[in-house]
Design a protein around this ligand. Structure first.
Ligand SMILES: [Ca+2]
Length: 352
């Protein structure tokens, strides 16, 4: 081995050994969509993205294994749809609940989808005609992913979540049945790369009522209010449905004061707009403890103001305003409420 070849060899080995160190820190997701058949547990369709399939790769479930046996080419640049005919043998996937895993040539688990009544299940079992889809998004430098149900499967195409949300609603009271307003109902949360926890939440109104429009999936809803013990419920949501959550009765903490409903709270409230995400119009409700000069504006994340909804003096109490976003592009916007006493803001999502 001459000098040049020897060093090339060392460089190559080093490069191979160092790959894990320089690998993209973002987690990769390959199993993008799964459509099952309630009558035939081998008649599924699976959409895989972002990885070429080689002959040595294989799929497993809790009770079955099937090797691909041959490479599989992409139909398009991005997606390939796998069926039992793509495998060397049929693979049984249980409709009521299973964990489907994609394994690489080395046997390593590349990705998995769990659903139904199985350990670490991410969502409940699907209803006929609905596929299990993955949604991935990037917050800061962290990639996040979760599964949801879609009643409009998109095998071979990018997942489309426009038919994948449903409503979850209910009431929160104290133990005497009095409505509790301003209860924080947290229905999603995730951690960023620097450890900050981002909470996604809604507040109950003066009747103790809340309505959340969220992806069809299983979530742990957390209920929080000062003076009361935290509570939580596991909620499964379906596309286009309205789930009525049994009334949550929050228990007062030992030193709690009055439990009467706070019809005109003596503090600033800027509720999450509804609906959110929204397509064209959304309603924003807020409370002023005192009459004041008020300005409410909408900003892009870049800080550019795209609209002013309120400007002038308003009296104490609840107010509402509608934002018609007809001229704005899809994306995240910030609703900012400013008075001489307070500055409150909320993020909202416009999807066209
Ligand atoms: Ca798809």
């Amino acid at each position: 081995m001459n000098y040049f070849k020897k060093h090339l060899f060392i460089l190559s080995v080093s490069a191979i050994l160092l790959i894990p160190l320089f690998a993209n820190p973002l987690m990769e997701f390959y199993l993008n969509e799964l459509l099952l058949d309630a009558r035939d547990d081998t008649a599924w369709q699976l959409e895989i993205t972002k990885t070429p399939i080689t002959a040595d790769m294989y799929l497993t479930t809790l009770t079955d294994t099937a090797l691909f046996g041959r490479p599989i080419m992409y139909n398009t640049d991005d997606f390939v749809v796998i069926t039992r005919d793509s495998l060397a043998a049929p693979l049984h996937i249980r409709y009521c609940g299973d964990i489907l895993q994609l394994h690489g040539e080395s046997g390593a688990i590349m990705d998995q989808i769990g659903f139904g009544d199985v350990p670490d299940s991410e969502i409940t079992a699907p209803k006929p005609g609905m596929s299990i889809c993955r949604r991935s998004f990037i917050e800061g430098e962290e990639q996040h992913s979760y599964l949801y149900f879609d009643k409009s499967p998109t095998l071979g195409l990018a997942n489309d979540s426009s038919n994948a949300r449903g409503n979850c609603s209910g009431y929160v009271t104290d133990r005497s049945g009095h409505a509790l307003d301003s209860v924080k109902v947290i229905y999603d949360s995730y951690s960023t790369s620097i450890g900050t926890v981002i909470e996604v939440y809604e507040y109950t109104d003066e009747n103790g009522y809340y309505l959340i429009w969220d992806y069809a999936r299983t979530e742990n809803f957390h209920y929080k209010k000062d003076g009361y013990e935290d509570d939580s419920r596991v909620i499964s949501n379906w596309p286009d449905s309205t789930i009525l959550i049994p009334t949550v009765e929050m228990k007062e903490t030992v030193n709690a004061i009055s439990s009467k409903p706070d019809l005109n709270p003596n503090y600033f409230v800027l509720r999450q707009n509804y609906p959110n995400p929204f397509n064209l119009q959304t309603r924003i409700v807020y409370n002023l403890p005192l009459g004041d000069l008020v300005e409410m504006s909408i900003y892009e994340l870049s800080g550019r103001r795209v609209g002013r909804l309120v400007s002038g003096f308003q009296g104490a109490g609840w107010h509402s305003v509608t934002w018609n976003a007809g001229n704005s592009a899809s994306g995240i916007y910030i609703i900012r409420l400013q008075t001489s006493q307070a500055l409150l803001s909320r993020k909202c999502l416009l999807i066209k």
